[in-house]
Design a binder for this molecule. Structure first.
Ligand SMILES: [Mg+2]
Length: 173
């Protein structure tokens, strides 16, 4: 059984992540996925709720976004949130995580990857050897490529569920 896609933490959304607990455990760097994690696919302008949350988190953490979407999609978020955004990251490749680690001289145990997809966000984090947090996608609309990933993801979740390892809506920290 391939457990490479099993997240360390699973919560409903970015608001319910135990940030204080993460800070206390030595996490210094939060890396968010963009689409369906921070914002809906068609939210071209960074929503106020995301602005508020990220502004607060920046007091305690270094915050980044790694997205497979285009620079055009990511740019308004970079400008609004004033954080580094890596677009076209090709997750589950780990090169964007590598780049952040090197550039900001971080240790792997200080970094955590947060996203709504097992096949990209969670896999990239686990392959790289850092902690991962899965959130439920905030919207139902996905990119074409993601639709395919969701089919594979759902099959995997069914397998995990049979083993009692993971179930949609059964959150754990
Ligand atoms: Mg996503």
């Amino acid at each position: 059984m391939n457990l490479k896609l099993l997240p360390h933490i699973y919560v409903k959304n970015i608001e319910s992540i135990p940030y204080q607990k993460l800070k206390d455990s030595g996490i210094k760097c939060l890396i968010f996925d963009l689409d369906n994690t921070l914002a809906l696919l068609d939210e071209e302008v960074c929503p106020k709720r995301v602005q508020k949350l990220i502004t607060k988190l920046k007091k305690d953490f270094q915050v980044f976004i790694i997205t497979n979407s285009s620079l055009k999609r990511a740019n308004p978020y970079q400008e609004c949130l004033k954080i580094e955004v890596i677009s076209m990251a090709m997750k589950p490749l780990t090169r964007a995580l590598k780049k952040i680690k090197r550039k900001y001289k971080l240790q792997k145990n200080e970094m955590i990857m947060i996203g709504d997809q097992l096949m990209t966000d969670i896999l990239s984090g686990k392959k790289f050897g850092i902690k991962t947090i899965l959130v439920d996608p905030i919207g139902v609309k996905d990119l074409k490529i993601t639709k395919l990933n969701r089919i594979i993801e759902n099959r995997l979740i069914t397998k995990y569920q049979k083993l009692g390892l993971f179930e949609r809506g059964k959150y754990y920290e």
